[in-house]
Design a protein around this ligand. Structure first.
Ligand code: B12
Length: 243
């Protein structure tokens, strides 16, 4: 009866359609924010099983893998950092959080829409000497990979000379240096100065918790980014728009 009436009055049909569409959109946004929160919470709780579950749910719900990583996993890891600073979380818990995040990334990684570049730009990336904090660097690598860069990952606690050697050998377009400790970030200007002498091609970018745009400039870096998503944008701007 109601359906028949709807068809008799096109205006009613139109309203009903709009209503259904709006409800669907609302449901999707609610579901989406629940899933992203689930991913963040599972990362914070260091619950690998749940993290994998939420990552799968994100894909099933049609959430973009990139968004799930940046607005889910990465948000969770940032909360972990803050909780550690406040003394609300301790080292073993942090390591569990990192494990949970990596497990979710494994599910999401194959679904990242990988951009292509004519000739892929080469990036040499690593955490500077004396520093083993590589969670952020690994996120940056993932985002660079997804953006179509060819990343040569030198890992963590990388000797200064190794950055320069790799950049020259690989003909790197960009060298990315990560540091989280004040004691290790002092290696950054050393690498940057040496690179300027040995490679006239590579631009340099720095990042990591202890860095700031001012410090990056003082160190002579060409670019700085506060997170992995911004790192890709800045890198693209540096490589296409010149220094
Ligand atoms: C996790 C952690 C650890 C883990 C590291 C595990 C791992 N494999 O990485 C463990 C438990 C092993 C650890 C050990 C230590 N840690 Co710790 N750790 C942290 C903690 C809590 C979180 C860091 C993190 O992973 N954040 C999450 C990621 C996603 O964020 P991120 O690294 O900043 O990365 C993002 C951006 O910065 C940016 N980015 C990162 N790299 C790059 C690079 C480029 C090129 C660009 C453009 C952008 C970019 O993009 C990333 C993604 O969005 C921080 C606290 C904090 N607030 O940062 C302390 C912290 C870094 N640790 C600290 C210390 C002192 C230590 C130890 C010396 C402790 C000890 N006494 O043994 C040892 C260090 C050993 C060593 N030689 O490195 C201090 C450093 C203090 C300082 N300013 O010097 C901090 C700040 C804690 C504190 N307030 O005391 N730590």
């Amino acid at each position: 009866m109601v359906i028949r009436e709807l068809f008799c009055y096109p205006k009613h049909l139109c309203n009903a359609l709009v209503y259904v569409i709006l409800r669907r959109i609302k449901k999707w946004f609610l579901e989406k924010s629940d899933i992203l929160k689930g991913l963040a919470d599972a990362t914070i709780a260091g619950d690998t099983e749940k993290a994998v579950e939420w990552a799968k749910k994100a894909l099933e719900a049609g959430i973009d893998a990139y968004e799930a990583i940046m607005d889910g996993c990465s948000v969770g890891m940032n909360v972990v950092s803050e909780k550690y600073e406040k003394g609300e979380m301790y080292v073993p818990e942090i390591l569990c959080s990192a494990e949970a995040m990596y497990a979710a990334l494994e599910v999401l990684r194959p679904h990242l829409k990988t951009a292509t570049m004519g000739v892929p730009k080469k990036v040499v990336l690593g955490v500077v000497r004396g520093d083993i904090h590589d969670i952020g660097k690994n996120l940056v690598k993932l985002m660079f990979d997804a953006a179509g860069f060819k990343v040569i990952d030198l890992g963590k606690d990388v000797p200064n000379e190794k950055f320069v050697e790799a950049a020259v050998k690989e003909g790197a377009d960009l060298v990315g240096l990560s540091a989280l400790m004040t004691t290790s970030m002092v290696n950054m200007p050393i690498v940057i100065n040496e690179l300027k002498k040995k490679s006239n091609k590579a631009v340099t970018m720095v990042g990591g918790g202890t860095l700031s745009p001012e410090l990056a400039e003082n160190y002579g870096a060409d670019g700085y980014a506060k997170d992995a998503a911004e790192a890709v944008k800045v890198a693209k701007a540096l490589l296409t728009g010149g220094k």
